[in-house]
Design a protein around this ligand. Structure first.
Ligand code: SF4
Ligand code: SF4
Length: 325
């Protein structure tokens, strides 16, 4: 069966999650406003899903969980989302990046716009591309070393209960609401660069993507090419947002593969490209892949709620102390 429907389906899911995350952002803003105004505006419950934007909090919480046996009550959803996203990557490549992450969605919109404008996308020379890709691993190494190695468990726990970490979500919101100076310039440069270059932030700077890429190497599903059916047209290589030379591979083992299915969707030689399980015999259908991405991601939050590890237990009075006028 043709996989042409996969791209409209993936884009619909991406946009659905983008709208949902904007909704979470608005709810968080209204929640904060209630405290900023000393209670003059209506109270809106905090949307705990915003903890998904705190992967460092998730990593801290994971270490604290392993050390103490319980998930912290400050940002429990950060731990749940972190574990869920790692699980998605373990099973289904870096599909989080191309199906769910809002940065990936925005970045894809931009490089596609750039392709329309310039009729092509650029790829930095190989030496520069390799060097820049190393940056995200340096950032990842810094976070892993600092949190998992340098910080002893009591220091991690103390950090989790620090005022700044209690309102880490609000600080992130403020960062984007009051962008100025160097951060604004950096974001503008990245946005402009995202027109000619495919996913520069994800490819070069995102430590979360670096971690998911390494985890995804263990994924049992991978893009697999059937040499005898392939007509060597090169379309798969051209459309790959991760610049992977798919046509030259029999199985795509790259940590840069974001599981977007663009290569499979665009291949016109029926049966030449598919997502196959280890062993290369069983192909995973696009529908099953899409359903699994959504079900595992949403299922993580459902499991978090069901086990009481989703809602932050920071009391109302504490928020008033931290955010009030
Ligand atoms: S798009 Fe399909 S037929 Fe063309 S090179 Fe890639 S695998 Fe072969
Ligand atoms: S190899 Fe295929 S699935 Fe992987 S990133 Fe490239 S186009 Fe997407």
């Amino acid at each position: 069966m043709s996989n042409r429907y996969m791209q409209p389906l993936r884009i619909a899911i991406q946009l659905g999650f983008l709208v949902f995350m904007l909704y979470l952002g608005v709810r968080l803003y209204l929640f904060v406003q209630h405290f900023r105004t000393g209670g003059a505006t209506p109270f809106v419950p905090r949307p705990d899903g915003v903890d998904g934007f705190l992967p460092i909090s998730g990593l801290l919480g994971l270490k604290d969980w392993f050390a103490g046996g319980t998930i912290n009550p400050v940002h429990p959803a950060a731990v749940v989302v972190f574990v869920t996203v790692v699980a998605v990557s373990l099973l289904l490549k870096r599909s989080f990046c191309s199906w769910i992450c809002p940065v990936g969605t925005l970045s894809e919109l931009l490089w596609k716009r750039g392709f329309t404008l310039f009729r092509r996308n650029l790829r930095p020379p190989r030496w520069l591309d390799v060097a820049l890709r190393g940056l995200k691993y340096l950032l990842l190494a810094f976070f892993l070393y600092s949190i998992l190695w340098v910080m002893p468990p009591p220091a991690v726990k103390a950090f989790i209960f620090m005022d700044d970490h209690l309102i880490a979500d609000v600080k992130l919101l403020n960062f984007f609401l009051h962008l100025s100076g160097i951060p604004l310039v950096v974001i503008l440069v990245l946005l402009v660069l995202s027109l000619p270059v495919r996913n520069p932030f994800c490819r070069y700077l995102c430590p979360y993507g670096a971690l998911l890429g390494l985890v995804s190497l263990l994924s049992p599903v991978k893009v697999t090419r059937e040499r005898t059916v392939c007509v060597s047209c090169g379309v798969c290589t051209q459309v790959c947002p991760a610049y992977i030379p798919v046509m030259a591979k029999e199985r795509v083992h790259s940590e840069e593969c974001i599981g977007c299915w663009r290569c499979v969707s665009h291949c016109r030689a029926q049966g030449a490209l598919s997502m196959k399980l280890t062993g290369r015999r069983v192909a995973v259908s696009g529908t099953v892949f899409a359903v699994l991405v959504v079900v595992i991601f949403v299922g993580g939050s459902v499991a978090g709620r069901a086990t009481g590890h989703w809602k932050s237990q920071i009391p109302y009075a504490e928020y008033m102390r931290l955010l009030g006028p």
